[in-house]
Design a protein around this ligand. Structure first.
Ligand code: ZN
Length: 168
């Protein structure tokens, strides 16, 4: 089985409040389903983990949409530290995270890595009725929609319709 990356976990959390058929949904609402989802992303699937992820979500969505500054995430990293491990040949660093905080911390660290390695590439979908986020990997960096099949085509159709309507 493929192990989910921290970035996939981050996007799952960011995109866990989609709007489906005009209705806002919360994919973390049903606790047993949410816990098993977190398990598939490498989480522990505990109740406490889910609570911490739920608490982290609005902060992650806030920084990803630019409504909050990055230091808003700082409280999520309390108690996280790096431990040096010296072997005969090398020095390794490993991360120590309070138990049940692993998923929230992985998501925060994935966000900081994305910001540093791909600045501006994580952004909200340009459809303001959509609450999803996308990571634009295209060379031109011009992706605007979470999905061309849904939001892209819908907005294009609407723009086309409006254009036709305003023509004399
Ligand atoms: Zn969208």
């Amino acid at each position: 089985m493929k192990v989910a990356t921290d970035e996939e976990l981050l996007l799952f959390i960011l995109n866990s409040t989609p709007v489906i058929d005009g209705l806002p949904q919360d994919l973390l609402l049903d606790a047993s389903r949410a816990r098993s989802m977190l398990g598939t992303f490498g989480g522990t699937g505990t109740v406490q983990e889910l609570e911490l992820v739920r608490a982290a979500r609005p902060l992650l969505q806030g920084v990803a949409s630019g409504e909050l500054t990055a230091d808003s995430l700082a409280p999520l990293l309390v108690g996280v530290y790096q431990v040096p491990r010296l072997t005969t040949t090398r020095l390794d660093w490993s991360l120590t995270v309070p138990s049940n905080h692993e998923s929230a911390v992985r998501a925060v660290l994935a966000w900081t890595r994305l910001r540093d390695s791909a600045p501006g590439r994580l952004r909200p979908c340009a459809n303001d009725e959509c609450r999803l986020f996308l990571v634009d990997r295209s060379r031109a960096n011009t992706a605007r929609w979470c999905s061309m099949a849904t939001c892209g085509n819908r907005l294009k159709a609407r723009r086309h319709y409006n254009k036709k309507r305003t023509q004399p």
